[in-house]
Design a protein around this ligand. Structure first.
Ligand code: CMC
Length: 431
């Protein structure tokens, strides 16, 4: 489906100049004023720091309504996908635009299994990193390095489906290897008899000297976590992937840039920051009320991590699913995590507090995901890697949509210059 242009909008500029601009309407009745010709027609640009109201593209991948708490991938509700589908099928859906039939699913799964190994020479890279390395640094560097191992990816007309398969399969292997390296254990090779998420758990937690059985409950939890993270339309990292890709950069380079954008604590790094915040509250013997007080008074610019969202202003549908899942996974594992009690207490206080109500701040996807990762035995500094693994099919789908769109131009915003006007150079002795 493409966007329709049936209406127009009028913009009255200083000196009474009036401009007529097309209005674009999407399939869910969202409207945008198309300002493509504004500067050429009037000399004006629009200014929207942080892109609060700026659409960078039309897209047929994900629909998100922040006021109603709606999230759909290719038209399917996130609640239904998380409940009934699995991560491989959702990846296929995001990238190809439709659910696979039996033969397509089998071919996709077989391809993912076949491409799970990374080049043996790349193992040496892991040895080069200090044990203190953050796994996001390792992951992004390894993904960039993949373009060196598959140099035909530099030609964007090369077998793109093969590069997509490689990425989806090998990023999982790299993530698990980075973890094994960080704890000094031998790398566990992928086991082809296992499904995607079970194979990931095997590479993370198996050791050569012992049998490792993948728990179906944990496998399901990982599938759901990855599905919930799989796409979120034009967020910071996805926009970065599209921006970098718009210059003609190859898929691996574009995805590596997305991984780096995700790392920040206001984006995917928030899941790590939430646990650090909860541990800080616990270490100080509190129930979080003092921390919330500090947040409200903006002491040390503190924020309640895992709260708030640029788009969701009512609730984050992913957080709702995760809160329930958190209780289920911890109950299944028989874990009583004091951080969960602190998180629930802080959520209760915040949701009744005028500061958070008036600013429409609610728990987001990162508030409870970290507690589930902890219960699964995934260390805190790997949380953002898990987010990256989940977001990968979304990034790929957006990169592909951008490359396939004949309207795509290199991303190049404008600015309003606020520096010095032209001045004369003064020789150093005279300054
Ligand atoms: N705690 C306390 N105050 C907050 C928070 C928070 N978590 N989030 C926003 N505010 C306040 C902020 O201080 C500002 O107040 P004021 O109007 O007095 O200056 C107001 O709410 C608006 O905030 P903003 O930063 O202008 O809003 P934004 O839309 O630019 O930021 C956000 C969205 C997610 C970056 C922000 O809510 C935040 O920093 N949250 C904490 C970090 C976090 O959990 N990030 C994960 C987001 S979900 C996963 C993902 O997709 O990346």
């Amino acid at each position: 489906m493409s966007a329709e242009t049936k209406q127009t909008a009028k913009l009255v500029l200083p000196a009474g100049k009036e401009i007529t601009l097309p209005v674009i309407t999407g399939s869910e009745d969202e409207h945008a004023v198309d300002i493509k010709t504004l500067r050429a027609d009037s000399g004006f640009i629009t200014l929207d720091s942080g892109f609060m109201n700026t659409g960078s593209t039309t897209s047929g991948i994900t629909y998100l309504d922040g006021e109603e708490g709606i999230l759909r991938y290719r038209g399917y509700a996130i609640e239904e996908l998380a409940d009934k589908s699995d991560f491989v099928e959702v990846s296929y859906l995001l990238i190809n635009g439709k659910l696979p039939n039996v033969a397509e699913r089998k071919a996709f799964s077989t391809a993912l299994t076949r491409h799970s190994l990374i080049h043996e020479d790349m193992h040496q890279f892991f040895a080069g990193y200090p044990p203190t390395s953050h796994p996001m640094a390792v992951l992004s560097a390894m993904v960039t390095s993949m373009s060196a191992y598959y140099p035909d990816s530099l030609d964007r007309n090369s077998a793109i489906d093969l590069h997509i398969t490689r990425l989806l399969s090998k990023v999982r292997t790299i993530a698990a290897f980075a973890y094994k390296k960080s704890i000094g254990q031998p790398l566990m090779y992928p086991k082809n008899s296992l499904k995607y998420c079970a194979n990931f758990l095997h590479m993370m937690f198996a050791v050569p000297s012992e049998e490792y059985e993948v728990s179906p409950v944990l496998e399901k939890a990982v599938n759901q976590l990855l599905i919930l993270h799989a796409d979120h339309e034009q967020n910071c990292s996805t926009s970065t992937v599209r921006m970098v890709g718009s210059s003609g950069a190859n898929l691996y380079a574009s995805i590596a840039a997305g991984i780096l954008a995700l790392w920040g604590p206001l984006h995917g790094g928030a899941n790590q920051a939430v646990i650090e915040m909860l541990e800080d509250v616990k270490a100080n013997g509190g129930d979080g009320k003092k921390f919330i007080d500090d947040v409200k008074n903006k002491r040390d610019n503190r924020r309640l991590m895992g709260f708030g969202h640029r788009v969701y202003k009512n609730f984050d549908p992913r957080a709702k699913i995760l809160k329930k899942m958190c209780d289920e996974v911890l109950a299944h594992l028989g874990i009583k995590d004091p951080l969960l009690d602190i998180a629930k207490a802080m959520e209760e206080v915040a949701l009744k507090d005028d500061y958070f109500i008036s600013k429409k701040l609610y728990p987001n996807v990162d508030f409870y995901s970290g507690i589930i990762y902890r219960a699964l035995g995934i260390p805190t500094n790997m949380f953002t890697v898990m987010f990256a693994l989940g977001r990968l099919p979304g990034w790929i789908a957006h990169w592909k949509e951008m490359v396939d769109d004949p309207q795509t131009k290199i991303g190049r915003p404008r600015q309003i210059y606020t520096g010095e006007k032209l001045r004369k150079y003064v020789a150093i002795e005279s300054r």
